[in-house]
Each structure stands twice: as structure tokens, then as C-alpha cells.
Design a protein around this ligand. Structure first.
Ligand code: GLN
Ligand code: ZN
Length: 757
């Protein structure tokens, strides 16, 4: 029979138990024993659940209190020296020191850097390596969890570890640069010992995750794969090499050739490679087809999956395994928790628990034929059918509009140089903020009361208006040139728009881990997107009515809404993005009609959507930029369009940034000491730029002279008449005690700079 396995289960818990336990421990309210016991309960529950679902191999070591890459660094004793000797701490406390920036003595030091895990919204702690470093087993967490699973009666376990090359690829060197491949020998040796110890615990299969094989790899790294894995060849456990998040492309033959016992492929992202791999795989190897989507919340179309699997099974027989495409870490835990979710929509979805059931059903289906198979799949087929035909999803009006999109709809009337003189006149070095002001406890409480029905709509509206009056007054007093309304009414910059657009649904417990205890709850974009009514016009025009100064309308852009939602898989992402763009286009036009002369369309997540492979960038950027332009281009030349991007490299995508054709772009730069502006200078960027002059992620109040120094650096790179002055990003996570003096200093620096010009 076909073997079923899984690469990882969400560890946060269906009610985010782990999050709350972690935070209680960090606040000193609970003991470590209490936290560990919550963690053990979660592991036990999740193992049992996977066992009950009929999995033949269940993952161990996919659990983590903070991050599995950080766990692995501890397993290898790869701890940066600034943390001191963490070896006397428990694994948990050592991990928290690195993740949260404390050394062994409990003093603050720079935390381990965090970065996005491939193209997901999960963030891992980047391993930091130094020249000549030796790797030794430095943690028992892995082995203890194996023993723990066994003690609970699970004999069919498969420890999951980051593979040596992926872990090394994701690491960074300290100040002294060197070729990280120099460390490979010692690293492979440590893996040898780890695998030996696992064998000693009776483990038969170990999964080594090598998603780096889905990336463009330099030749030396490809070679390193060969040498590392051939050195691991004699190991007494069987190795399953897991790739995911994309096709293997030029790494396919390399992956097929590596001397391991099995290869896992993401069959959702690389369906075309399954047969090819089956052909190239030596006869002793297992092929694991990651056929259930671990990155999205839709139910699989099992009949469709079987058309892929049938020929594979013919060829491979028992050597075909089935699994989700990747770890289920990236989807919410259990759809059954969603008591309030619309029944019909729910019928089309599957969270982690449901995905395991799909896997089991798929196996049954694979071993059945004819009538018996149809019977098994009947419910799944019915759901797929209703989804394909539902009028909830398909809106002919939206489709028609998409069809009638023309190139000039993405084109403003004139170019920036002709537009600028028609727009609002401003002093040299105009000052503004990025949109949000502190989300105070008072604001959050009002929203909670409104949601729970303890406050009526009129009361809530008045509360928000009061907040707008307050922030307008403060901004006038500070002397800012372009004001914002403060975004008090927004819980979240994507959810706020999703809630007002047709085609979106929201869950109660659909949390996905972002980093540490932090989770996000992405909206679900299930159908054609349309805008039944204006979404922001009332707030913005009220705010504008309070002041003579220009009020900036504030929208989240189409690409960012797309990249921060679970989106439909029944049409290309590009089409979904264009639908969002059209809805926002209407909002932009309505804002303009209401007398708003400056409109900011945030594209914080534009870069996040970049495909893993360079060769796919152009296609993505083409439609992403086009979508932005569709939303922005409906306005008159006299309306000034801003966009904003959070921390982002611009070098390699500069032509696309320029092609967005915004009149003003504000970017997060303060931490790069304005070096990010080199790209704008080198490109001869034609329009205005607001490089953030202070880091809003820090509670420190920026000093006037530091801001001035940064502005001078900026002026070395961009012309004075193009320079705006603003913070790095929105201020919603800060307090007023921090925001007021920070902005005072920013404005003082602006005045000083103007005097000098
Ligand atoms: N306008 C948003 C704000 O100010 C932008 C947030 C972001 O870039 N992440 O909060
Ligand atoms: Zn930002």
C-alpha cells in the first residue's frame, strides 16, 4: 500500500495555546515547566491526530517553541559569540535569548536577525557563522522529542531536520566575510553524528528538508550537495530528501542523483516534474508526491489529483508515497473551529486537520477503481463541482470589466514632469507621515465594544471622528505639510479593505505563525472582487474638512492585499490582482471626487511576492506593477499619487519601481543609512522620494542632529526638489509619548535643512 506521511504540523495550537503560554512565560507569569507542559500537550495531541488520520509516518521535531531553524542552530552549537555561553541554559531559554536579544547573563544584546522563510510569511532566525567554526551536538531537544513520541506509543515516527545545505545557504557570516562552504566538512560530520544517534533511538527514516533546491544555486553549491550527501551515504538511517515551494528545474537531475533513499517533491508547485522525476529516479528510491497544498486553505480536487497519481503508481508501485506539499505550518489548524464561517464557503476549504483526512482519502481512492472510487470521492467531487459553478464566486460584472481592461487604463495622462506643476504646491522638503498614528488602548476598546454590540455604529463613528480631530490638531501644531487621518478605524491594513470588498471571507481562528508567538490571520479571497460602496472616503473627507492643509487619502494597494491573503487557486494570481486593482481604482476616483488631492496607495508587500527563481521575476513584476497602475491611473494630473514600501531592496527591481509611476514614493531607509537611495540615484529616478528618516520599530526618540545627518546623506543621492521628509513607516505600534517628540525633532530638522537651502 502507498505510504502516507507529513512534513510538519502547525504547532501554535487551534486556539493559539502556544502563543499565550509563551507570552505568559516571557512576562514571568508562568514557570518554564508550565510552558513545557503546554508544549508537550500540543505535541501529544498533534501526533495522535496524525496517527488517527492514518498517517504511516508522523513528523517529530517539527515542533518548536520559537523557530525550527533556530532549534537547529542550537543542535549544531552554532551560537553567535555575543550571546556568551548558553550551554548551561535549557534549550528553550537559549532559543529565547537568541530570538529576543539577551546574552547568557540576561543583558540585552542584538537579537538574531529574522528573515522570511522562502516565499512564505513565516520568519526564521538567521544562523550566524564564523570562520573555522566547528559544529558539535549542542542540544537534546531533537532526541528528547523522539523519545517522547515513542513513550506515547508512536513507533512510526520520522524526525524532520533542515538539510545541511539549506541551513548553510540560509545562514550569514559575521563581519568577516568568508565562503560558508568552508564549513561544510564539519557540518556534515555533525549531521553524521546526529543521524547515528537517531538510529540508536530506533529511528528508521529521517527527513532532511532541502527547499534550497527550488532556488537558483551557484555551481559550487550544487557540487556541495553532491559531496555532502555522498558523505552521508553510509548512515544507518534512511534519508528522505524533501524539496518544496517550487519546481526543481535545473536542479532536478542533481536532486534525483543524490544518494538518498527517497525524494519528496512539491507536486502542487511542480506538477510537471513528477513523471520526469519518476523516470530519473534509481529503482531503489522512493518518490514522495506532495500532492495536498500546504500553502493554501482550499480543499483538494481529489479526482484531479488521481489523474496525476495513477500513472505514477503504475510506474512506482510501493515506491510512491503521498504527503502534503510542504509542512502544514503555513495553514491554520482546524476548520471545525470555524463555527461562524459561511457553510458553503467552508465546504470548499481544508485546514491542516482536514488536509490529513484528504490524504487518507486519496490513498483509498488510489487503491480503488471504477464505481468504488467514485463512491469514495463523491463528496469531494460534489464540493469541487459546486465551487466551480457557484455564483458566490463568479460575478459576470467583474469578469466583463476585467475583459474590457485597456492599456490606457494603466496610464496616467501625462508624465511626472508635466503633472507636478498642476499638483499641490508645497515648501521645499515637504513633511508627512506614512499614515497610521498610535492605535491606543482606547481605540482598540472602542472597536471591541462596537464588534460585540456594546457600542452602536453612530457611537463608534463619533469615537473615530474624535480621534481624527485629535490627530489633525496635533499634526497642524507640529507643522506637518501633508496630513493623514491616522487610520484609527483600521484593525489591519489588509483586513480593513477585505471586510468591505465582495469576494472576501474571514475566519475566527485561522491563525498562521509569522514568527515566535506572533500569528497572522490572513483574509480569504474566495471570489470575484468588487466594491459595493466607498471604503475610506467618509473618513478622509471628514479629515480634510477639518484643515486647510492637504489631507492624504490612504489605501492598501492591490499587490499587498493579494500577497497578505489566502487567495483563490482557480484562476491566475494576476487576474485576482487586477480585480483588486479595479476595485481600488474606483476608490481612488471617489477620493479625488471628494476633494482629496493626495492619495497614497501602500504596496508594503510588493517585493514579498517575488518568485523564488529569477527567471520568473519579470512576469510577476509586470502584472504587479500594472495592477498598481490600474488603481492609480484614473486620476487627473493634478492629483498626487504616493506609494509606500517597507524595508526593501530596490537595486534589482528599480525599473519596475520607476514604472509604478508614483509622484512620490516613501520608503523605509533609516536602518540602511540612506544607502538604499543609491539605487534611485543610479537609476536617475525621475520623481519624488521620501526616505524614512527614523526607525519606527524602535522606541528610541530620534535626535534632530541624527535626522539632519541622514537628510544630508539623502541629498548626496537625490535632488533637493525631490526630497520629502517622513518616518520609516506607520506609527500605529508606537505610543504618543514616543511619537510627539520624534516628530517634533523631525520637523525641527526639516526647518533647519530649509534654512540651509
Ligand atoms: N499606511 C500604513 C500605516 O501607516 C502603512 C503600513 C505599512 O507600510 N506596513 O500603518
Ligand atoms: Zn511601511
Amino acid at each position: 500500500m502507498t505510504l502516507l506521511h507529513n512534513s510538519g504540523f502547525p504547532r501554535i495550537g487551534h486556539k493559539r495555546e502556544l502563543k499565550f503560554a509563551l507570552e505568559r512565560y516571557w512576562r514571568g507569569e508562568d514557570s518554564l515547566e508550565k510552558l513545557e507542559s503546554t508544549a508537550a500537550d500540543l505535541r501529544a495531541r498533534h501526533w495522535q491526530l496524525q496517527q488517527d488520520a492514518g498517517l504511516d509516518l508522523i513528523p517529530v521535531n517539527d515542533f518548536s517553541l520559537y523557530d525550527q531553524i533556530l532549534d537547529h542552530s542550537l543542535l549544531l552549537s552554532a551560537v553567535p559569540s555575543r550571546f556568551g555561553d548558553l550551554s548551561r541554559l535549557t534549550h528553550a531559554d537559549a532559543a529565547f535569548c537568541i530570538a529576543r536579544g539577551k546574552n547568557a547573563q540576561g543583558q540585552p544584546v542584538a537579537a538574531g536577525e529574522m528573515t522570511k522563510w522562502f516565499d512564505t510569511n513565516y520568519h526564521f532566525i538567521v544562523p550566524e557563522l564564523r570562520r573555522g567554526q566547528q559544529f558539535l551536538i549542542g542540544s537534546n531537544k531533537l532526541f528528547e522529542e523522539v523519545a517522547e513520541a515513542r513513550a506515547l506509543g508512536h513507533t512510526n515516527i520520522k524526525p524532520v531536520l533542515p538539510g545541511p545545505l539549506t541551513w548553510l545557504w540560509l545562514s550569514k557570516t559575521g563581519e568577516a566575510e568568508f565562503d560558508r562552504l568552508e564549513l561544510l566538512d564539519s557540518l556534515v560530520e555533525a549531521y553524521g553524528e546526529i543521524l547515528l544517534r537517531l538510529a540508536g533511538l530506533g529511528v528508521e527514516w529521517v527527513q532532511l528538508d532541502e527547499p534550497a533546491l527550488a532556488l537558483d544555486l551557484p555551481a559550487a553549491w550544487k557540487q556541495a550537495y553532491e559531496s555532502a550527501y555522498s558523505r552521508l551515504q553510509g548512515t544507518p538511517v534512511k534519508l528522505l530528501l524533501a524539496t518544496y515551494f517550487g519546481p526543481l528545474k535545473d536542479n532536478l537531475h542533481l536532486a534525483a542523483r543524490l544518494p538518498v533513499d527517497g525524494l519528496h517533491l512539491d507536486a502542487v508547485r511542480a506538477p510537471g516534474e513528477l513523471l520526469n522525476l519518476a523516470d530519473h529516479l534509481p529503482a531503489y528510491k522512493v518518490l514522495s508526491a506532495g500532492i495536498i497544498d500546504g500553502r493554501n486553505i482550499w480543499r483538494s480536487d481529489l479526482a484531479q489529483a488521481l489523474t496525476v497519481l495513477d500513472p505514477l503508481k503504475q510506474r512506482l508501485g510501493k515506491r510512491l508515497w503521498l504527503a502534503p506539499s510542504c509542512s502544514l505550518l503555513h495553514v491554520p489548524v482546524d476548520l471545525l473551529s470555524e463555527a461562524e464561517l459561511d457553510k458553503e464557503l467552508k465546504d470548499w476549504m481544508a485546514f491542516a486537520v482536514q488536509k490529513l483526512d484528504e490524504l487518507a482519502l486519496l490513498k483509498q481512492g488510489l487503491h480503488a477503481t471504477g464505481e468504488q472510487r467514485s463512491l469514495l470521492l463523491a463528496d469531494n467531487t460534489r464540493a469541487a463541482q459546486t465551487r466551480r459553478q457557484s455564483t458566490r464566486i463568479h460575478n459576470p460584472g467583474v469578469q466583463e470589466r476585467l475583459q474590457s481592461l485597456t492599456a490606457d487604463m494603466a496610464q496616467r495622462h501625462s508624465d511626472y514632469r508635466k503633472r507636478r506643476p498642476q499638483q499641490i504646491s508645497l515648501p521645499l522638503f515637504p513633511t508627512t507621515t506614512i499614515g497610521s498614528f498610535p492605535q491606543t488602548a482606547e481605540i482598540r476598546q472602542a472597536r471591541r465594544k462596537f464588534r460585540q454590540g456594546q457600542m452602536d455604529a453612530a457611537g463608534y463613528r463619533e469615537k473615530m471622528r474624535e480621534e481624527i480631530r485629535k490627530v489633525v490638531k496635533i499634526q497642524e501644531r507640529l507643522g506637518l505639510d501633508v496630513l493623514v487621518h491616522g487610520e484609527a478605524e483600521r484593525n489591519d491594513m489588509v483586513e480593513y479593505f477585505g471586510e468591505q470588498l465582495e469576494g472576501f471571507a474571514f475566519t475566527r481562528f485561522g491563525w498562521v505563525q509569522s514568527y515566535g508567538s506572533r500569528c497572522v490571520k490572513p483574509p480569504i479571497l474566495f471570489g470575484d472582487v468588487s466594491r459595493p460602496a466607498p471604503m475610506t472616503v467618509e473618513w478622509s473627507s471628514y479629515a480634510q474638512s477639518l484643515t486647510e492643509r492637504p489631507m492624504k487619502g490612504m489605501l492598501t494597494g492591490p499587490v499587498t492585499i493579494l500577497n497578505w491573503s489566502f487567495v483563490r487557486n482557480d484562476q491566475p494570481r494576476a487576474s485576482t490582482c487586477r480585480q483588486l486593482a479595479l476595485a481600488l481604482r474606483d476608490e481612488v476616483r471617489d477620493l479625488e471626487r471628494a476633494g482629496i488631492r493626495v492619495i497614497q496607495i501602500d504596496e508594503a508587500a510588493l517585493r514579498e511576492g517575488l518568485p523564488l527563481r529569477r527567471s520568473d521575476w519579470q512576469e510577476y513584476l509586470d502584472w504587479a506593477v500594472e495592477s498598481f497602475r490600474i488603481s492609480a491611473a484614473a486620476v487627473q494630473d493634478s492629483t498626487q499619487i504616493h506609494t509606500h514600501m517597507c524595508y526593501s531592496e530596490f537595486n534589482d527591481i528599480m525599473p519596475f519601481i520607476a514604472a509604478m509611476d508614483a509622484d512620490v514614493i516613501t520608503i523605509e531607509t533609516s536602518r540602511s543609512h540612506m544607502e538604499l537611495l543609491d539605487a534611485f540615484r543610479d537609476f536617475d529616478y525621475p520623481a519624488e522620494i521620501g526616505p524614512g528618516v527614523y526607525d519606527i520599530h524602535s522606541a528610541n526618540i530620534p535626535r534632530q542632529e541624527d535626522i539632519l545627518a541622514l537628510l544630508k546623506k539623502a541629498l548626496e543621492r537625490i535632488p533637493a526638489e525631490h526630497l520629502w521628509i517622513n518616518p520609516d513607516c506607520g506609527l500605529k505600534t508606537r505610543t504618543w509619548e514616543e511619537v510627539q517628540p520624534a516628530l517634533e525633532n523631525m520637523l525641527a530638522a526639516a526647518r533647519q535643512l530649509r534654512q540651509q537651502h
